[in-house]
Ligand binder design. Structure first.
Ligand code: ATP
Length: 244
């Protein structure tokens, strides 16, 4: 479970995150939805301990990220916004390298890699050098690398960015599988159709603040709209930046 309480982060005069609080539960997919520049990536970076908040608290399975960042990192699998693969290494070697950084033995890494290769349909790319990989192949490798240590909590920054329809559908199936295994899945997107199709709960963020949250039904009720798209627009206060 992931909890963030009153997070703040400013870059000079820009208040990127201005008092964000929400909870992402185990066995659920939670979507962080907001237009470009809303503060999604900055919130996630604080969550996975890459950025230190100016104020506020991050708890992962009850562990405070400021007090024990190592323990928090062990509990998280992260697909960051920049995928950053080692291009001279094969997909398998990228995954193994991360597994070793986590202190996992090679036999366990090999077994875990195989199950991720099956789940993500990576059989044809696993032993290719990642240099020249397509966007979808890079994302798959980066996700497998993020999950090699079998984390309970999974954070994905815009996981379907740049993916075609088939790859997006495969990604949705995979995220449902993670959810059905009881993991806490938190992902960000600026595409409302994506969030609506995938999420159990939605947290809408705009101008560094949470402006609405709940299930799709709850959001419709809160905004008094019958159509989810209208509910999103009303919550954000503008149509700008919400469309795919
Ligand atoms: N390192 C930084 N230095 C200066 N400003 C930053 C930095 N990181 C983020 N910002 C600013 O903070 C605000 C929030 O950015 P953030 O990347 O968190 O938004 P986002 O919701 O992830 O947007 P997108 O959908 O475009 O990725 C933006 O105004 C951005 O320009």
């Amino acid at each position: 479970m992931i909890e963030v309480l009153d997070l703040h982060k400013a870059f000079g005069k820009v208040k990127a995150v201005d008092g964000v609080s929400f909870r992402a539960n185990d066995g659920q997919i939670t979507g962080l939805l907001g237009p470009n520049g809303a503060g999604k990536t900055t919130s996630l970076r604080m969550l996975y301990t890459l950025l230190r908040p100016d104020r506020g608290q991050v708890l992962v399975d009850g562990v405070d990220a400021a007090k024990d960042p190592e323990a928090v990192r062990r509990r998280l699998g992260v697909l960051p916004d920049s995928r950053g693969l080692y291009k001279r290494l094969s997909s398998r070697e990228n995954i193994r390298y991360f597994g070793r950084l986590h202190g996992i033995d090679d036999a366990t890494i090999a077994a875990r890699t195989q199950s991720l290769v099956d789940a993500l349909d990576m059989g044809d790319i696993i032993d290719r050098r990642t240099e020249g990989f397509s966007q979808g192949q890079r994302v798959k490798t980066a996700i497998a690398r993020a999950l090699v240590h079998d984390p309970r909590n999974v954070i994905l920054d815009e996981p379907t960015n740049g993916l075609d329809v088939m790859a997006t559908r495969a990604m949705r199936r995979f995220l449902h599988q993670l959810r059905d295994e009881g993991r806490c899945v938190l992902f960000s997107s600026h595409i409302m159709q994506e969030v609506a199709a995938l999420c159990d709960r939605i947290v809408i963020i705009a101008h560094g603040r949470v402006v609405a949250e709940g299930t799709a039904d709850e959001l419709r009720a809160q905004t008094g709209e019958t159509n989810l798209e209208d509910a999103f627009v009303k919550a954000i206060g503008t149509e700008e930046g919400l469309m795919a």
